[in-house]
Design a protein around this ligand. Structure first.
Ligand code: BES
Ligand code: MN
Ligand code: MN
Length: 463
């Protein structure tokens, strides 16, 4: 028994007395650098899947399998306790974003370290720490004989690169995935004092552009001023994609955007949000965005366009006088309900080609994308999630809309007809995708407890 005082709740007692082991196991998972975007780490992504498979089997699953795909593997496991109980399909991802820029990490990205009551590591929050809460919640329920629902796990290794093979897998395994609700921990809460449930995610259209000027790099003195420089041209084209009100200028871009009533917008405005703190954390003097909308709205209900990377010409040490032949940029557009990512990609392509001057040629290459998702707040599952927070945190959660994307959510709905509960326990300051990503110990352990409560309430309310 640890120093913790014993309660009369076997679930809490089990979690309390196994804290160190839960953490040790999570740390072993985090140490596997399962970076899906980089083919050098292909074996590591599989290793993470195999590791989770063993842990889920150890926890008491009836079966678990790692399925090959055209890309990274998918892990499926299940525990069918009793066919009369409702079934929860837990989704998560064990792939992580690259750790770059590595030099900005205070401790190595794949060597988890605890500081200020937080785990620092790539994947600590997104999504290994959050996935592992589900594995340990499952173990806890098995060990305390409190498993109130059947459970299926579908964990993938390609979330951070678009989930392309998961879509195919879901279409091919509809029966195996049959469930009553999808439960995902891969989002944030407002703060540890203000629990919340994400009820909307944005969609995504991600693409890459290439602008070509002369057929070879040129001497910037011999040709500078006489031949169009593709980097200069690209910058001008990119700058023209937003007007003075920060509205995106692509014709038709806003045509299908879901408009929210003043009533709904007023509700949004009530969500606790401190703009001064927001600016301070980011060390910026002012925020920026579409005129006429608040910061929460700009992220939650309005689409956006951002350059994610831009390159070309000489980028090495010192100076090289060159007028480059090519310039490139990677661009993401975050989409909102009713915008179809394929349509938006087509609109972008047509527009980008049309604004290119005759001095250059342009190519637009689509990457991945996905549709926005909105999850209902009047379902049994939402009620169960809400009650779980109330019981565990003493407060009912606030429904929020987030700006990030989990493209598979809209497909669970479309292909399997399932609602999703976005039951994430991260915080904005966890810095996912950034150097020094973290996940609070409180959030990890409280998350496990709250997941167990969800199962209990979902079973009760499903009767
Ligand atoms: N977990 C995030 C999504 C997220 C984080 C949503 C926080 C809401 C709040 C997920 O792993 C992610 O990063 N998704 C990608 C999508 C993708 C297709 C690469 C994203 O949003 O950029
Ligand atoms: Mn994630
Ligand atoms: Mn992510």
């Amino acid at each position: 028994m640890s120093m913790m005082s014993k309660t009369d709740d076997p679930v809490k007692n089990f979690i309390d007395s196994n804290k160190q082991r839960f953490l040790d196991e999570l740390f072993d998972l985090i140490r596997i650098p399962s970076i899906s975007a980089d083919s050098q780490y292909k074996k590591e992504v599989r290793k993470a899947a195999e590791y989770l498979k063993e842990k889920i089997l150890d926890a008491g699953a009836d079966k678990a399998g790692v399925y090959d795909t055209a890309g990274h593997p998918i892990l499926f496991a299940e525990k069918m306790a009793n066919p009369s109980l409702p079934t929860i399909l837990v989704y998560g991802h064990y792939d992580v974003q690259p750790a770059d820029p590595v030099e900005l990490w205070e401790t190595p990205p794949f060597e988890p370290t605890i500081r200020n009551e937080k785990i620092y590591a790539r994947g600590a929050c997104d999504d290994k720490g959050q996935v592992y809460m589900h594995v340990k919640a499952f173990e806890t329920m098995m060990q305390t004989s409190t498993l109130a629902c059947n459970v299926k796990f579908i964990l993938e290794g390609e979330e951070e690169i678009g989930s392309n093979n998961l879509e195919i897998f879901i279409k091919e395994h509809k029966d195996m995935l049959a469930a009553d609700v999808v439960l995902i921990s891969d989002t944030d809460i407002l703060s540890n004092d203000t629990p919340s449930i994400t009820t909307g995610l944005r969609g995504l259209s991600y693409l890459e552009v290439e602008v070509t000027g002369p057929n070879r790099d040129l001497h910037s003195g011999m040709y500078g001023g006489a031949v169009a420089n593709p980097i200069n041209v690209l910058c001008k084209m990119l700058a023209s994609l937003k007007d003075e009100n920060n509205r995106i200028t692509i014709p038709g871009f806003y045509d299908k955007v879901l408009q929210y009533s003043d009533d709904k917008r007023a509700k949004f405005a009530k969500a606790p949000f401190n703009i001064e703190k927001y600016k301070k954390i980011l060390d910026i003097k002012e925020v920026d965005g579409e005129k006429g909308f608040s910061t929460i709205e700009r992220v939650g209900i309005r689409p956006s366009l951002d350059v994610n990377g831009i390159w070309g010409g000489y980028m090495g040490e010192g100076a090289k006088t060159v007028l480059p032949s090519k310039a490139h940029a990677k661009i993401s557009m975050r989409l909102v309900p009713n915008q179809k990512n394929e349509e938006i990609t087509a609109l972008f392509t047509k527009h980008f080609e049309s604004i290119a001057p005759d001095t250059v040629k342009v190519k637009v290459r689509p990457h991945h994308g996905g549709e926005a998702a909105v999850t209902p707040i009047d379902s049994i599952a939402y009620k169960a999630a809400s009650e779980a927070f109330f019981e565990g945190w003493g407060k009912y959660p606030i429904p929020t809309m987030e700006g990030g994307s989990i493209p598979i959510v809209s497909l669970f709905d479309k292909i399997l007809g399932l609602n999703t509960i976005l039951f994430g326990f991260g915080l904005k300051e966890d810095a996912i995708h950034s150097p020094n990503e973290s996940y609070g110990l409180f959030n990890f352990f409280k998350g496990i407890e709250t997941i167990v409560l969800f199962y209990r309430h979902f079973a009760r309310l499903s009767k």
